[in-house]
Design a protein around this ligand. Structure first.
Ligand code: GAL
Length: 358
């Protein structure tokens, strides 16, 4: 009797182990985010993980410390562990072709998350915001904040320009969208860039590194703004870059010297520190790309693929990654200023009032 019970318990344990082993292999989704050190990717990672877990999937979520070989290794590791779908937010969009080929060989669908995976035919879907429109909003922020429609060529508005990481395809959309929106003001001579640094490759910020941007801003201020020239605005593609540029400007008296108000600066990602800065009247605005919506869209796409379905309603013309047009799901973003921050950010629960110190 005793023996029989022991046997039954053992058999039960083995069965349970076997089942859960199979189940987790069948059910696992690999999710890879570029870094833990930026607020948004933490939000993205948890939105996807929580959403997928609620649907019963097992999630292997990894962060790559902004290190390309680490990211490549993590993907290879997930493939060898038998994940059934991969969601990848790349560091360098062109650096993962071997891993993507391995995924394709193992018949694992790949979703390019937020940043487009480039130069590879082995990218199945792209889920992001409309990056060109986001760039347009960055331009719009300067048009509103600097009242460019009232400016004249006799008294031009002075700005400097910053772009995102050159190895991130999103930087192209942000830059192009912003510059197209601002073109008419440059053409009319009401907007000027004293440094002459305008090309995306010249104004880029590798790995979106705020410290690098701050150094560049400091250099620009000392090289081109030593006389009476006052910097009125900064095109910034990312909140930490905006805050770093504001620091550099403050360090040379902006915001505390008569005739030198803080420059008008936009941004992107709606991070807590920038929301606080906007409420304090320093950073002028940001672009909110709701990571919860992006996460939910991704979860639903993964769910469709895991069930063997075919996603519908995708954009099949906008995003060519150099090897193919990648079917895309593109969401809308929102400009956030002091006027709508409470309704757009706090009331929607994106950040709590307490997180913003309210
Ligand atoms: C971009 C992303 C932005 C911002 C930036 C820095 O790819 O679209 O929202 O997060 O990376 O992480």
């Amino acid at each position: 009797m005793k023996k029989r019970i022991v046997f039954a318990v053992l058999a039960g344990l083995l069965l349970a182990a076997g089942c859960s082993g199979n189940k987790s292999a069948e059910n696992t989704v690999g999710v890879i985010m570029p870094t833990r050190s930026e607020e948004r990717w933490l939000k993205d990672g948890s939105a996807i993980k929580d959403g997928l877990e609620k649907l019963g999937y097992t999630v292997n979520l990894q962060y790559s410390d902004d290190d390309i070989p680490t990211q490549a290794r993590q993907i290879d590791d997930m493939i060898s562990k038998g994940v059934k779908c991969l969601v990848i937010a790349s560091i360098d969009g062109s650096a993962l072709s071997n891993q993507l080929a391995n995924a394709a060989a193992a018949k694992i669908p790949v979703i390019s998350y937020d940043r487009l995976l480039m130069q590879s035919p082995n990218v199945d879907y792209y889920v992001s915001f409309d990056n060109y429109k986001v760039g347009g909003q960055m331009g719009e922020i300067l048009i509103q904040g600097l009242k460019l429609d009232q400016a004249t060529a006799a008294n031009p508005v002075i700005v400097e320009l910053f772009a995102g990481s050159p190895d991130d395809n999103n930087s192209v959309g942000f830059y192009q969208g912003a510059m197209d929106r601002l073109k008419t003001y440059f053409d009319r001579g009401v907007l000027k860039v004293p440094s002459g640094q305008i090309e995306r490759t010249v104004i880029g910020t590798l790995r979106w590194d705020a410290a690098e941007a701050q150094k560049r801003m400091e250099n620009l201020l000392s090289a081109y703004y030593s006389g009476n020239v006052v910097l009125n605005g900064i095109l910034s593609p990312y909140d930490p870059i905006s805050l770093a540029c504001l620091e550099a400007a403050k360090a040379v008296g902006y915001g505390s010297t008569p005739g030198k108000p803080l420059p008008v600066v936009g941004g992107q990602d709606c991070i807590v520190a920038s929301c606080k800065s906007i409420l304090a009247g320093e950073q002028y605005a940001t672009v909110l790309k709701d990571t919860r919506t992006l996460g939910a869209a991704t979860v639903s796409l993964v769910d469709t693929l895991m069930k063997g379905g075919t996603p519908t309603g995708l954009d099949t013309s906008s995003y060519n990654n150099g090897a193919k047009i990648v079917p895309s799901l593109l969401l809308d973003s929102v400009i956030v200023t002091r006027e709508n921050l409470m309704t757009a950010v706090v009331d929607t629960g994106y950040h709590t009032a307490a997180a913003l110190g309210l």
